[in-house]
Structure formats: structure tokens, C-alpha cells
Design a protein around this ligand. Structure first.
Ligand SMILES: *Cc1c(COP(=O)(O)O)cnc(C)c1O
Length: 398
């Protein structure tokens, strides 16, 4: 049965993904099941999307209830769950206002447009340039792709959107040098996700914040992957004792339902007025209901953020242990909370295949970094199992 589905997928869908040969049909907590009935332990979690695990009852019930009441209504009208979700995000962040959309790339587009509009409104008509980092990932729509600091993703889609400049991540001097009278903002992921779980060096983000302040630039943090509890705090910027001007959210925001958001401080948000920006589905009742249930569950249960930090450390300790045993294979272990990367000395695609065979879903990014972004509810026992399997696999390689 799986083979037939896979053949049809290969025939009918655009060939945009390198998929593993499994059809996932059902999920619960840390587990998913294939159409053929095989069980897998999910250390990918939809790449940081399924933050409460698969089909968390609170999210499922919220979606069911909302689906019976109202699925969609235009943003021509006021929408209850959208208002409630906005307040929830504002009450727990630096921000004063929210714009809702449906994905990470759209949240980035909204942030780029707001930064440009604000600079033109408040500073000067020729301020529009945004500096981002090499190795960054901001999404696949054209402006988000132009902001992304990876040539291999941009190739073939030129001409790109103008007004972006890239500098090495963690290099404050390069950033300083890149600022011109046209610069209006700096946009960074607090931890680079797709770029291989690249951590900011001690003090870097604080220096960036100060630099932005001194040069009157907006600091946009792309928290699409790091946000919503992933790093052990609701937002990653909280770890670094800084306050951004704008953040983007998506991935974990809906606990598995598609939703994105762009949050900003009041005086910046003022540059968006009726007609400036819009999204048909942005902030729709169904997605907002899922998101409210997700965030309320994370917050009301202080336990989940605590557990994320503890399990993240437990996972990193386990991986560090493997590094001692297999120094020729494992180069580096890094991460924060449950956003963890293990850099290998070789490509990691075949490790992903071997894990799949042994009933574990893991992800490979940047070519040689095994990435772990499991649901925040992962337990020690499940992590122990992962480490055992990896030990087995690495043992077979040396
Ligand atoms: C995934 C991701 C995006 C893009 O999100 P989509 O929902 O796929 O458009 C943007 N920024 C970061 C940091 C991401 O991890």
C-alpha cells in the first residue's frame, strides 16, 4: 500500500522535496505511524512545528470546537480568536501589536515591508537596505529568499529582490562595516536553524542590539524556528537579555496548524495602516484557536518550558557521550533547549536513512548536521532510546 501511494506522489506532486520512503498517517505525542502500520519515534516534530507532540488533546479539541462554530471570516470584520491570540502574544513578549499571516515566509515578508515603510515614514526615503547573515534561512518567497544568505537556494531565481546585504554570522565588525546611510534594519535568527543549528557567540546578539540602537536601525529577529518554547523560553531573545523591535513567528505557533505572525513595538507598528498589508487567511479563526490552545498549554504548565530545558540538556549530554565514543564521526554538539544539532565529520543523509530503518525520525541540515527538534514533551526514556540507536548505527560505521 505504501509503495502505491509513494508512486502516485512521485507522479502527481511537483518534485520539490527529497522525501524519505514512508507515508505517515497518524500521530500521537512523540509517536507517528506509517500507512503500513510501522511505529516511529519522532525527533523531527515537523521541524519544530509539533511543539506539544502530535494531536495534543487540547489543540485537537480547540480545533474541533472552532470548526463547529466558525471556520473562516474575512478580516473585513473583527475575529474573536484573533484578538485573544494577539493579546496572549503581547502579554508575554516585548511587542505591542501583531500582524497575522499563514507561514514563516509570509511573516518575514511582513517584517521586511514594515521595516521599509517605517524607515521611509520616520527617517528618510532612501533607507531600505536590510542586513542579514550568511547561512541564514528566512523562507522561499522572493523577498524572503533574497534575505536568505545562501546562494545555493537563490540560484536560478534571479533577479532577486534588491536591498539585502549579507555578512558573516557572529562577526560584529563585518556588520558594522556593512552599515550605510541606506540601511534600515538588521535581521537575524537568534540561532541559525537550517544553517546547521549555529549558535550566536557569547555577547554577539547584545552587541548587535547596541549597534542597531546607535545607528537607528531596527533589529528584526526571525524566531520562526526558535520561538514558542523551542529553546526553553517562550522566545529565544529572552536568553540573551535583549529586546528586538520586530519578531517573526510561525512553525510552532499553531501546535501543528499553519499560522504565522509578525510582532512589533507600537511606534513601528504605526507605519502599517489600512491598505498597507493584508492576508486573506491571516489570523483565521481555526488557526488562531489552535494557537491559543498551544500557547496556553505551554504557559499554564510552566512544566513544559522547564522540561524542554532539562530534556535539551539531557539530549546534549547523551550526544556528547557519543562524541567521546566516536570522535572520528562526531565533530560537535550544539544547541539550546530542544533545538539541538550534532555536526558530523561527514554527510549525514545515510544516518537519517539508518535511523528510519530503526524506527526513529531525525533530520539532516546543512549537509552534515543531524538536527533534533522533537516535541517539547519528549521524555528521558525516549532520548535514551535515540542515543542507543545512534550508538548502534555509529558502531556499525567505524
Ligand atoms: C522555516 C523557517 C522559515 C520559513 O517558514 P515557512 O513556514 O516554511 O515559510 C523562515 N525562517 C526560519 C528561521 C525558519 O526556520
Amino acid at each position: 500500500m505504501e509503495k502505491k501511494l509513494i508512486d502516485e506522489s512521485r507522479k502527481y506532486l511537483m518534485n520539490t522535496y527529497n522525501r524519505l520512503p514512508v507515508v505517515i498517517r497518524k500521530g500521537s505525542g512523540m509517536k507517528v505511524w506509517s500507512a503500513d502500520g510501522r511505529e516511529y519515534l519522532d525527533f523531527v516534530g515537523g521541524i519544530a512545528v509539533n511543539c506539544l507532540g502530535h494531536c495534543h488533546p487540547k489543540v485537537v479539541i480547540a480545533v474541533q470546537k472552532q470548526a463547529q462554530r466558525l471556520l473562516h471570516v474575512s478580516n473585513l470584520y473583527y475575529i474573536e480568536p484573533q484578538i485573544k491570540l494577539a493579546k496572549l502574544l503581547i502579554d508575554h513578549s516585548f511587542a505591542d501589536r501583531v500582524f497575522f499571516c499563514n507561514s514563516g515566509a509570509e511573516a518575514i515578508e511582513a517584517a521586511i515591508k514594515l521595516a521599509r515603510k517605517y524607515a521611509k515614514d520616520q527617517l528618510s526615503h532612501d533607507k531600505y537596505e536590510i542586513i542579514t547573515a550568511f547561512g541564514s534561512f528566512h523562507g522561499r518567497t522572493l523577498a524572503a529568499l533574497s534575505a536568505t544568505g545562501q546562494e545555493k537556494l537563490q540560484k536560478g531565481f534571479e533577479p532577486l529582490v534588491q536591498g539585502f546585504k549579507h555578512v558573516p554570522f557572529n562577526d560584529i565588525n563585518a556588520l558594522k562595516k556593512a552599515i550605510t546611510r541606506h540601511t534600515c534594519a538588521v535581521m537575524l535568527e537568534p540561532i541559525q536553524g537550517e544553517g546547521g543549528v549555529k549558535m550566536p557567540e557569547e555577547g554577539y546578539l547584545k552587541e548587535v542590539r547596541d549597534l542597531c540602537h546607535d545607528h537607528n536601525l531596527l533589529l528584526i529577529l526571525d524566531e520562526v524556528q526558535t520561538g514558542i518554547g523551542r529553546t526553553g523560553k517562550l522566545f529565544a531573545y529572552e536568553h540573551f537579555h535583549i529586546q528586538p523591535d520586530i519578531i517573526t513567528l510561525a512553525k510552532g505557533l499553531g501546535g501543528g496548524v499553519a499560522i504565522g505572525a509578525m510582532l512589533a513595538r507600537e511606534h513601528i507598528a504605526q507605519s502599517f495602516q489600512p491598505g498597507s498589508h493584508a492576508s486573506t487567511f491571516g489570523g483565521n479563526p481555526l488557526a488562531c484557536a489552535a494557537s491559543i490552545a498551544t500557547i496556553e498549554t505551554i504557559l499554564e504548565d510552566g512544566f513544559i518550558l522547564d522540561s524542554c530545558s532539562r530534556m535539551g540538556q539531557y539530549l546534549m549530554n547523551g550526544l556528547e557521550g557519543l562524541k567521546k565514543d566516536f570522535p572520528s564521526i562526531i565533530a560537535n554538539v550544539k544547541g539550546l533547549g530542544l533545538m539541538v544539532g550534532m555536526e558530523l565529520t561527514r554527510p549525514c543523509a545515510n544516518i537519517v536513512d539508518l535511523c528510519l530503518e530503526k524506527g526513529i525520525l531525525v533530520n539532516c541540515t546543512a549537509g552534515n548536521v543531524l538536527r533534533f527538534t522533537p516535541p517539547l514533551i519528549v521524555t528521558e526514556k525516549e532520548i535514551d532510546h535515540l542515543i542507543d540507536i545512534l550508538e548502534d548505527i555509529f558502531g556499525g560505521l567505524v
